[in-house]
Structure formats: C-alpha cells, structure tokens
Write a protein that binds this ligand. Sequence first.
Ligand code: G4P
Length: 195
Amino acid sequence: MQLLIDRILKDGSVKPGNILKVDSFLNHRIDITLYNEIGKEFARLFEGERINKILTIEASGIGIACIAAQYFDNSPVVFAKKAKSQNVDGGMYTSMVESFTYGRGYDILVSKKFIGAEDRVLLIDDFLANGSALYGLIDIVKQSGATLCGAGIVIEKGFQGGGDKIRAMGVNVQSLAIIEKMDEHGIVFRANGDK
Ligand code: G4P
C-alpha cells in the first residue's frame, strides 16, 4: 500500500534491535485518516470472504481492527487479552505466545462466548515479526471451530520470517507493507506482488 510505505519512509525510524518506530502515526499517536485507508484496503483484499468477525490482540491491534470493522459491515471485533497468570477458567480459549521481540511469554485468552463454529474470522494486527502473536490467534480460531479467512497485517518484517512460515501453513496473510531489510541507512520494502 503506497500511502503506508510513503508514511513509513517519511515518519518511521529504525531503532537498535531491528525495531521500527512508527509511534507518531500508527501505535501511539494515531492518524485516523490513515487507519481508514488501511481499513478500506483490508476490505478490498478480503472481498467476498463473507467475514463476520474480526479477531485481534491487545493493545495496538484494537484500534486498527475497530476502524477496519466498519468496512466489513460493522462486524464485531474481539480482542485476545494477554494474561500473566495461569488463572484461567474453562470458559476461555487460551494459547501460549512466546514473544521474541519482548523476550517473554504470555497466555492469550478469548471468551468462548465470543467466537464459535459459525464465525468467519479475519485476524488483524499492526506488526508481524516472528509471528508468535499471530500463531496464538490462529490456534484460538482452530480451537473455536470457526473458519479462518485470513490475516490482515499493517507492517510485516519479512526478514524475521514469521509471515512466510504462516503463509506456508496455508493461511492467507496479506500485509500492507513488507520490510525486507532495514538499518540506519534506510528501509527496503518487498516489491508488490512478490509474496
Ligand atoms: P515476535 O514473535 O517477535 O514476538 O513477533 P510478533 O509478530 O508476535 O510481535 C510481537 C510484538 O512485538 C507485537 O506487539 C508487535 O507489535 C511488536 N513488534 C515487533 N516488531 C516491532 C517493531 O519493529 N516495531 C514495533 N513498534 N513493534 C514491533 P504486541 O504483542 O501486539 O503488543 P502491543 O505493542 O500491541 O501492545
């Protein structure tokens, strides 16, 4: 998505540890005009999938999913909660996420009341790096018996490999910008259609 790539080049910065900082428009201060364009693009990419539920993970995924949902007939948005303790009752789907980015693991939880076999689910998140969070969400969709229609990602760090591994599992992962390489000299994006 050229609008997003241009914005990353203009306002993003690369930090030590392979971290792309985009907090001036994506995940701290939020540019709602850009979020709306992102939502429209997801709707275009997943047109015809009859999506009726969007699943994301706290925190940064929630805002993007809520704006995007308006372009999916106001489908309800469910977000997985991150839990540190094992204090989980039987009414929740749970999955373990090992985050390499943050160097720690956590459980994610979704109430069984809010996702079920009748659902056609789109996953949405802001970043896809090694893919741990997305694996966890896919696991929860599988447990629920719902149909996984795909995953819409705003920024994929292609060089970390998570996206390609999940595509190889047969999941339709659509990322609006895929970074192949980044360092203090600049950011190189994967060419469009080169997925
Ligand atoms: P992982 O397996 O390496 O942990 O990667 P994953 O794709 O699961 O992403 C883990 C978390 O790290 C995500 O945050 C993601 O947003 C964040 N992240 C990964 N790379 C970058 C980066 O280059 N820049 C920024 N800004 N964030 C990055 P999260 O668990 O969804 O938490 P939250 O930030 O939404 O609260």
